[in-house]
Ligand binder design. Structure first.
Ligand code: ADP
Length: 599
């Protein structure tokens, strides 16, 4: 490679697209390994072929067969039995130390960087790391740098750590060795370490033959957790971390053949004068990238994350709203759906209501929605199917229980109360589902979400949430004189929020944060707030005030509660726009009636 070509590759390393495969150091090493393999085969086979041909010509005889004498035949069953026994005893032990990896050739991986959506920063970092890996030699020769050999992917499950690692292997055209940390465990003492050695050995082997290899250790915290004091944990931890550390530093260990030649050279050199010593070739560079994935990087042994080891960390966060939109677009393009879901507004709402969803959860949600579509005999999913799937995922499947008439009316009134307050105070909130179908412990429910992605809340927004929580209780009181036991969950939510306001957010009379008070294990904020008489009174006051506000709202909008209640009794479940339609209709009727009464 000319220096100019090298400089061009260097410039490309820092860019956000993967290097041209043909020009990488990895491709060159692979080609060298291929030629060397062909040469070896030729060197071994040619003399044998020549010998056999010569023999055939000279003696005109075929190949010699295998003839057993009668004495050999008598011992044959015993020999077979001994060999079998040896195999049965030794095979599990030999197998126990084998590398537990799963090998994927690049052609077997169908993931590319273009399949990683909503994670632009992660992809950018992964591309740069991959480029360094692909052009490691150029980087070392022209700049004297050492390329990254181990990186850590940290993030919650399902955020695409394996997905990106696979894309890196596929785009780089190198083998991908996947191993789950739990697969290293073995019932035989010392075999866990042997397995770790084996995977690194396998990585070195593939790296030599293919120019590079990527190893992926899932849940690395399971084997790389911080070492406790001596004897506190079993072989499992301290020995394993040591082994990992040793292996991370022995990437350039020469293969067995080189080591044998080296030993021979050492022997010969012992006889030779200093001036005639045979020079040993340095160990070849093994181009390996080990990716460790974990949900808790902080739990890893500090020695593992020092420079030169897993020193680089890429954080995989849950996707933002824009990220979710990209992921939803990507998966919806693959799944049969109704035209209503092609509307950008619908897609945006979908992204808004799936806050907290990881990419895998989004994919799963759409798959579940397809199942709902199938159930109703359709061949494509609709908005309603997604809502059903989301509810089933969040709260559980609908349970077809028979309520008594009185109970059904009470539940419908309760939910209608929540929805009415939410409609009145929930500025920036979307009403998603209103239902009286029993799901899990919930007899009915109102699902409402932020219309925009929010990371903070104002005082009035928290108060609005408390008022919505009281909507159900107040509606029951207005229509039946007293509330039933269905208010327990609402009161809990309201108390939690009020305690936050008073004890942690400085929204009460005191600015002291009770969060900062160390009150012992198992004492949460609510316990701390309620332990103080003054704070407790303030919480009580907030709750009473919010309840009074909710009562006032429902008195004024009784017609909306009635309309929603009746719609629920008739249809059991109202989804999205249907809730607003009922409210709008009720408002129209009310206006007409008031006008009539006035005239
Ligand atoms: P992790 O290793 O972080 O637990 P995975 O990489 O196994 O998560 O992700 C699980 C699945 O989620 C992937 O197979 C892929 O289908 C999907 N997925 C994850 N991240 C993304 C993404 N950014 N874009 C598209 N699909 C993704």
């Amino acid at each position: 490679m000319t220096t100019e070509q090298g400089r061009a590759s260097l410039r490309a390393i820092g860019e956000s697209s993967v290097l041209e495969r043909a020009v990488t150091d990895v491709a060159r090493s692979r080609e060298r390994a291929r030629r060397s393999r062909l040469r070896t085969v030729a060197i071994v086979l040619l003399p044998i072929f020549a010998l056999l041909s010569a023999r055939a010509i000279v003696t005109r005889a075929g190949l010699p067969g295998l003839h057993l004498s009668s004495t050999d035949a008598r011992f044959a069953p015993a020999v077979v039995l001994i060999v079998l026994l040896a195999v049965v005893i030794l095979a599990p032990m030999l197998g126990a130390g084998r590398s537990p990896h799963q090998l994927y050739r690049p052609s077997e991986i169908d993931v590319r960087f273009s399949d990683v959506r909503g994670a632009a920063l992660v992809v950018d970092e992964a591309v740069k790391t991959l480029n360094l890996f692909l052009a490691h030699k150029t980087f070392t020769e022209l700049m004297g740098g050492t390329s990254r050999r181990a990186i850590l992917f940290e993030g919650p499950p399902g955020t695409g750590k394996t997905h990106v690692a696979k894309a890196m292997a596929a785009e780089g055209g190198v083998p991908f060795l996947f191993v789950s940390a739990s697969a290293f465990q073995s019932m035989f003492y010392g075999q866990t370490n042997r397995k770790i050695r084996s995977i690194f050995k396998a990585l070195r082997k593939y790296s030599r033959s293919e120019g590079g290899a990527i190893g992926f250790i899932e849940e690395i915290d399971a084997i790389g957790g911080a070492r406790a004091g001596m004897g506190a944990r079993s072989e499992g931890v301290s020995g394993v971390v040591n082994e990992l550390l040793v292996q991370l530093q022995s990437f350039d260990q020469p293969p067995v053949s080189r080591r044998l030649v080296g030993a021979l050279v050492d022997r010969v050199n012992a006889w030779l004068p200093a001036a005639r010593q045979i020079r040993k070739r340095p160990a070849p560079h093994a181009n390996i990238l080990v990716i460790g994935a974990t949900n808790r990087a902080a739990d890893l042994d500090p020695a593992l994350v020092r420079p030169g080891r897993f020193d680089r960390k890429i954080y995989f966060d849950l996707p933002s709203r824009a990220g979710r939109r990209e992921i939803l677009d990507y998966y919806l393009a693959k799944k049969a759906h109704e035209d209503q879901l092609d509307d950008p507004v619908a897609r945006d709402s979908l992204a808004a209501m799936t806050i907290g969803h990881s990419p895998v959860m989004l994919e799963h949600l759409l798959d579940e929605a397809l199942v709902w579509a199938l159930r109703r005999g359709a061949d494509r999913l609709s908005w309603n199917d997604i809502q059903q799937a989301k509810m089933a995922e969040q709260i559980g499947l609908g349970n077809p229980v028979e309520y008594t008439d009185q109970e059904r009316t009470a539940i419908a009134t309760h939910e209608a109360g929540h929805a009415t307050v939410a409609w009145l105070v929930g500025k920036g909130r979307t009403l998603d589902v209103l239902s009286i179908v029993k799901r899990g412990a919930a007899l009915g429910l109102l699902l409402h979400s932020d219309s925009e992605e929010r990371f903070t809340r104002t005082k009035s927004e928290i108060e609005a949430l408390i008022q919505i929580a009281f909507g159900g209780m107040v509606a029951e009181e207005i229509f039946f004189g007293a509330a039933g036991s269905g208010v327990a969950g609402d009161l809990k939510a309201a108390t939690d929020a009020a305690c936050q306001m008073v004890g942690s957010l400085g929204m009460g009379s005191s600015l002291i944060s009770l969060d900062a008070v160390d009150a012992g294990v198992g004492r949460n904020l609510v316990t701390k707030v309620l332990a103080s008489d003054h704070a407790r009174e303030e919480v009580e006051e907030v709750l009473r005030l919010m309840k009074a506000v909710a009562r006032e709202m429902l008195r004024e909008h009784r017609h909306v509660v009635v309309a929603l209640r009746d719609a629920l009794l008739e249809r059991h479940e109202l989804v999205g726009g249907a809730i607003l339609d009922v409210i709008a209709h009720a408002a129209d009727v009310e206006t007409t009636e008031t006008a009539k009464a006035a005239s």
